[in-house]
Design a protein. Structure first.
Ligand code: F6R
Length: 244
């Protein structure tokens, strides 16, 4: 629990930088799972600052994003491809060929094969060294909505009504919010060597309390993280206010 989201984001960026540098010194890639949305923005800003001012290099970094709306193209205003370019990739020395984000434009019949390959690629690299997460107000991680099994695979999912409502403003109305998305499965997230979940603000306090202190249940996928051997919830004070 940190006094502010700023301080917390700096600490998380430092942890990511440590992993990147450690892997660099071993001559190995750092395999990072990344999230979009408002929660990680300051972490990415801090990583960019470290790149510019402290010479942090991302040349050995390979990234896999959690999710993408189906069927948004990479240049659509709300697409996560665009978000990642604007918030991080365009401002650091990462090789664009090493940045992976689910392809939201695939025809339905090709999605399953794509998802299998996405997971295989992560596994071939030895799994995720670090997974950054946010949490939805319904307890989703990635777009693993309530009802997602702990062993769920990377797949096309129908978005929950809460998720669509929360995205409505960004899309200029509920009717414009996609109904489906591709998400990394819970199983892959649970296999990451380290998981850090970010949550800021009063509006996330109730769901964070349930995820941390309540029962582990498929109705709240973030609660699965209670069973992860190396997980941390990084919160600001207002978000942690309801914790016992
Ligand atoms: C985004 C993602 C989602 C968000 C969650 C919280 O890639 O996977 O699970 O992390 O919806 O979103 P924000 O941070 O906007 O509150």
């Amino acid at each position: 629990i940190y006094g502010s989201a700023d301080a917390a984001s700096r600490a998380v960026a430092e942890e990511m930088a440590r992993i990147i540098r450690q892997k660099q010194s071993e001559g190995r890639p750092a395999v990072l799972g990344l999230a979009t949305g408002s929660s990680p923005k300051k972490v990415y800003a801090e990583l960019i600052r470290m790149h510019r001012q402290e010479g942090l290099s991302f040349r050995n970094v390979i990234t896999f994003n959690l999710d993408e709306y189906h069927s948004l193209g990479p240049d659509a205003l709300q697409s996560y491809h665009r978000f990642m370019r604007e918030q991080l990739f365009d401002h650091i020395d990462i090789d664009p060929a090493k940045c992976h984000i689910p392809d939201g434009t695939l025809p339905f019949q090709e999605v399953h094969h794509f998802c299998q390959q996405y997971e295989q690629h992560i596994n071939d690299l030895g799994g995720l060294d670090f997974q950054l997460l946010g949490i939805g107000r319904n307890g989703h991680i990635g777009f693993n909505e309530p009802g997602s099994h702990v062993n769920s695979r990377t797949r096309l999912i129908t978005l929950d009504q809460t998720t669509r409502n929360d995205a409505a403003t960004e899309f200029g109305g509920l009717a414009n919010v996609p109904r489906k998305a591709i998400t990394l499965g819970v199983r892959v997230i649970m296999q990451a060597k380290r998981v850090v979940l970010l949550a800021w603000g009063e509006h996330k306090a109730a769901i964070v309390k349930q995820a941390v202190e309540g029962p582990v249940t498929e109705t709240l996928p973030a609660s699965y993280l209670q069973g992860h051997p190396n997980v941390q919830f990084v919160l600001d004070e207002s978000c942690a206010a309801s914790l016992t």
